[in-house]
Design a protein around this ligand. Structure first.
Ligand SMILES: Nc1nc2c(ncn2[C@@H]2O[C@H](COP(=O)(O)OP(=O)(O)OP(=O)(O)O)[C@@H](O)[C@H]2O)c(=O)[nH]1
Ligand SMILES: [Mg+2]
Ligand SMILES: [Zn+2]
Length: 292
């Protein structure tokens, strides 16, 4: 018996790194019945069969779990975003940030492809998501290799996962961080839609030269709010924190209530209206789900 970490999962085969060796494993039957099954990032107990194949006997308790992308035991989600190619989708970005906020995973925002942007666009993004909202923001251009060392400093000694739309450059960033990994596939953008083509198919954990593990993962577009209590939603918007305790009602949802300090901060330009509008949209979504 040995303990290892699942670094890749293809259908029902799991590649487990144990004692520096990659072992191809299948889970024992009962894991297939569990809702989440075995996830990349899982720490597992394995035993070797005579044919050299491994069996996963046990999943050790998970520190964190992310549904999108599906991975266990990560410390950080590197949320990759672009303003051009593909075009900015702030609603989706805020959706991903709410999902991450619901876990114990720390978000780091990466604005990639800054080689395609004006300095003023980069500065505007930093001002909003960095200064106003309060996230760590790193700006990169994976292709010409800008900002890669700053990103590396966020990854050292941690387990991180890349998240974001297809085509934003997640895999290209991994290759910029480890140029020896030419085997990692980088995709094109479809000429018609300007979107990625889902080049990465599986989650894979990669050891970085400077230390730290990073998981490349498939891009995703679809995310819905399930099992989320609407009262938890305001806490997922860090910029509300400073105001929400000054509302007239303790249980203020910052929608139509009178004397709402969050709403007043929006009117005063201290909270971005775009973020607030997305908040109201998510609130409606969560309330609609509850009615069923
Ligand atoms: N101009 C420019 N292009 C980039 C940059 N980073 C990545 N690209 C290009 O964007 C395209 C998509 O990059 P990928 O790394 O495959 O994107 P991905 O996020 O891994 O996409 P999926 O695997 O489909 O989720 C490729 O053609 C890259 O060369 C960048 O900083 N600047
Ligand atoms: Mg990829
Ligand atoms: Zn309020």
């Amino acid at each position: 018996m040995a303990v290892g970490q699942v670094i890749r999962a293809h259908s029902n085969i799991y590649y487990v790194l144990a004692d520096g060796q990659e072992v191809e494993c299948r889970p024992r039957g009962r894991f297939r019945l569990e809702k989440t099954g075995v996830l990349a990032g899982d720490l597992v107990e394995i035993s070797l069969e005579k044919d050299g194949e491994g069996r996963i006997d046990k999943i050790l308790p998970r520190r964190t779990v992310l549904q999108r992308p599906p991975i266990a035991n990560v410390d950080q989600a590197i949320v990759v975003f672009t303003i051009r190619e593909p075009e900015a989708d702030y609603l989706f970005l805020d959706r991903v940030l709410v999902h991450v906020a619901r876990t114990q995973v720390r978000p780091v925002l990466v604005l990639n492809k800054v080689d395609l942007l004006l300095d003023s666009e980069v500065a505007g993004f930093r001002r909003l998501y960095g200064e106003q909202v309060g996230y760590d923001v790193v700006t990169t251009a994976a292709k010409p290799g800008l900002g890669v060392e700053e990103l590396r400093s966020f990854l050292q000694d941690k387990v991180s996962v890349l998240a974001g739309h297809s085509g934003v450059g997640k895999s290209r960033l991994v290759r910029a961080l480890d140029p020896t990994r030419e085997d990692i596939k980088v995709g094109d953008l479809s000429a018609k839609m300007g979107r990625g083509k889902h080049t990465t198919r599986h989650v894979e954990l990669i050891h970085l030269p400077g230390g730290g593990l990073i998981a490349d993962a498939p891009g995703f577009t679809y995310l819905e709010f399930q099992e989320i209590d609407k009262r938890d939603l305001p806490g997922c918007f860090p910029e509300f924190a400073r105001y929400r305790h000054q509302c007239r009602f303790d249980d203020c949802m910052h929608a139509k209530e009178p004397d709402c300090a969050v709403h007043e901060a929006v009117e005063a330009g201290q909270i971005a209206r775009s973020r607030y509008n997305n908040y109201l949209l998510f609130l409606k979504e969560v309330e609609a789900l509850k009615r069923w």
